[in-house]
Design a protein around this ligand. Structure first.
Ligand SMILES: C[S@@+](CC[C@H](N)C(=O)[O-])C[C@H]1O[C@@H](n2cnc3c(N)ncnc32)[C@H](O)[C@@H]1O
Length: 317
């Protein structure tokens, strides 16, 4: 007896539109072209699709494991980056909108407990979803408000507070949210003084933490950081609708004394231990905007880290 997932896959393949798409893809043995974003030749949305408003072609396009982007930081497509750049790592709103479009339908609810200057919330406004965010630092909240004013995008709800209190801070009942999309601090990466190549690259030794607050997860030692993040995401799971997804951005740190220091693997492992939350896999975001720096040249290999991990979890039951 085949498993339900296999049945669904067989049905999907039998559909002439999907079949043609698969054959085309196999023939090209490459990523399918981006579906027409003008809405023309979009194909049809499967009536059984309860996750998003995408056609089969749009869905398959999103399944590429690599998202390689070069979003502008000026002009209307910069979404007031000039204002948001007071933050050390603002996310491109268009990137967040792409994830939001895959994991929700029009008008659904998105939660971001580490909202910064509002990459997720701007993504909600671009894609016609409702967003609620939490951020510790009011400077970032003010920058988000200013960015909304400058872009003319509808402001979403951004609350000042500690994500540890997410359940009491966010409006309304449990199981209200369709999607949690968040980009927590990268361990204590930014709160440590720069040394070696990072010092040479920036010319600045001092650390650039997100905030000076003791509540900032980015100021915690690794183990405490992982424990706090696990507890916050467990609370977010309770706020998600059953089968709602939770996407967490993270990046790896440089190896230390030969030890791998793969933060993405540590976070995936910790969050997968949360009861009722399953790990579904990951995608990689490759940001083509930073310049390559000749770390290590001409002596040894030191990687440029131009990518981040997009870890995908789902609430079960
Ligand atoms: C990687 S940044 C998020 C950037 C965001 N994606 C954007 O586009 O601006 C992480 C954010 O989490 C915030 N933060 C750290 N600890 C927090 C906590 N306990 N509660 C709420 N926010 C926190 C930091 O101030 C920082 O702005």
């Amino acid at each position: 007896m085949p498993e339900p997932m296999t049945d669904a896959l067989i049905e999907w393949l039998k559909d002439p539109e999907h079949r043609a798409l698969m054959e085309e893809e196999l023939a090209a043995t490459s990523v399918p072209p981006a579906p027409d974003s003008n809405g023309e030749n979009r194909g049809r949305v499967d009536p059984r699709n309860r996750l998003n408003d995408m056609t089969g072609a749009e869905w398959v396009f999103f399944l590429n494991s690599l998202e390689s982007t070069c979003y502008p930081t000026t002009g209307p497509e910069g979404y007031a980056h000039r204002i948001r750049r007071i933050h050390p790592s603002p996310k491109p709103p268009q990137l967040m909108a792409r994830l939001i479009r895959f994991f929700t339908k029009q008008g659904e609810w998105v939660l971001d407990p580490f909202a910064g200057v509002g990459g997720t919330l701007l993504g909600c406004s671009i894609s016609g979803r409702n967003g609620v965010g939490i951020e510790l630092d009011t400077r970032y909240i003010n920058a988000y408000t200013e960015a909304c004013r400058e872009t003319g995008l509808a402001p979403q709800t951004l609350l000042a507070g500690d994500a540890r209190n997410v359940k009491s801070l966010v409006p309304d009942s449990p199981e209200r949210y369709d999607f949690v999309l968040t980009d927590p601090p990268y361990g204590d990466l930014l709160s440590r003084a720069r040394t070696g190549e990072a010092l040479k690259k920036t010319g600045k030794a001092e650390a650039t933490p997100f905030t000076d607050s003791g509540h900032d997860l980015g100021n915690l030692p690794r183990e405490e950081f992982l424990t706090a993040l696990q507890a916050i995401i467990a609370d977010c799971r309770d706020l998600l609708k059953p089968r709602g997804h939770c996407v967490v951005f993270t990046k790896d740190l440089q190896p230390v004394d030969g030890a791998p220091n793969m933060l993405h693997a540590e976070i995936a492992d910790r969050l997968a231990r949360i009861p009722g939350l399953s790990f579904r896999g990951y995608r990689i975001w490759h940001d083509r905007t930073p310049r390559l720096y000749p770390f290590g040249y001409p002596y040894t290999f030191v990687a440029n880290q131009l990518h981040q991990f997009i870890l995908v979890f789902r609430r079960e039951g």
